[in-house]
Design a protein around this ligand. Structure first.
Ligand SMILES: [Zn+2]
Length: 263
């Protein structure tokens, strides 16, 4: 997926492809300037936006894979947030906590069922209750498997319903995490800072906020609006049922012509 960047030297628009690290090293084809764009966004947000874009452009089947991946990456995000949040309350170094987390995640990285188990425990320990929403029905596992593993061609309405469920789950858990999510954002900032420190002379660093669907919702609440671009801040916080919440977020996205605009 591409997004437009602006050359800091000559202001030409230069397309960049989303990198897994969200660090994008670019050279302007007009003036030859080198610059790096750091995108402050989480992987699950990128994947969900990718799914939304695929859905809006008529690629329903492709959208399912992105929504499913967004859900899985969100579980990872939650576990990370929980672990770093706990570490932040204790003596010790943030880097050490991050390394311990990475060492632990390695045991589950290649199997999503293990990751789900890890998430379930993190939720129990953080919230003090069972993650009763983790049913195959709520997760849409059956639908996802039919589409991804058995090649079933889904109808757009089915994909919208699936997306709405994934959206509602992530939205609800993000709300529950509250400021806990900031720990993972801090980890990303540190990764960016480490990369920035190694940049050669003359390479310009550009930091960008890409307001995806969740970011818009997160910053739309009371007191959180100052860091979000105006176009994405809703007039009120409208949580309705899953489908309505997703439709609202979609409409917000439709009104926004930022970095994810169709090229
Ligand atoms: Zn340029």
């Amino acid at each position: 997926m591409h997004f437009p960047t602006t050359c800091p030297t000559c202001a030409r628009e230069v397309p960049a492809e989303f990198a897994d690290s969200l660090i994008h090293e670019l050279t302007c084809p007009s003036c030859g300037a080198r610059y790096v764009v750091y995108v402050r966004k989480q992987k699950f947000e990128v994947l969900f936006d990718l799914g939304t874009r695929a859905l809006l452009e008529g690629y329903a089947r492709e959208a399912v894979a992105s929504f499913a991946a967004a859900q899985e990456r969100f579980f990872e995000f939650y576990v990370k947030a929980f672990a770093l949040e706990r570490a932040a309350g204790r003596e010790g170094d943030f880097e050490e906590a991050l390394a311990a987390l990475d060492g632990t995640w390695r045991h589950v990285a290649s199997q999503s069922e293990r990751q789900l188990g890890m998430f379930a425990l993190a939720y129990l320990l953080r919230e003090g209750r069972a993650p009763d929403f983790l049913t195959p029905g709520a997760l849409g596992s059956d639908f996802r498997n039919r589409v991804i593993h058995r090649g079933v061609l889904p109808r757009r309405e089915e994909v919208e319903a699936y997306a709405a469920r994934v959206f509602a789950l992530i939205d609800r858990l993000l709300t529950a995490l509250g400021p806990g999510a900031a720990q993972v954002e801090l980890a990303q900032e540190r990764a960016f800072a480490a990369h920035l420190a190694g940049l050669p002379e003359g390479v310009v660093a550009v930091f960008e906020e890409h307001p995806g669907m969740f970011r818009a919702r997160r910053f739309a609440g009371p007191g959180g609006g100052e860091t979000a671009p105006k176009a994405t801040v809703g007039p009120s916080t409208p949580p309705l049922n899953d489908a309505q919440a997703f439709a609202w977020a979609l409409a917000e996205r439709g009104a926004w012509r930022g970095p994810l605009k169709r090229r």
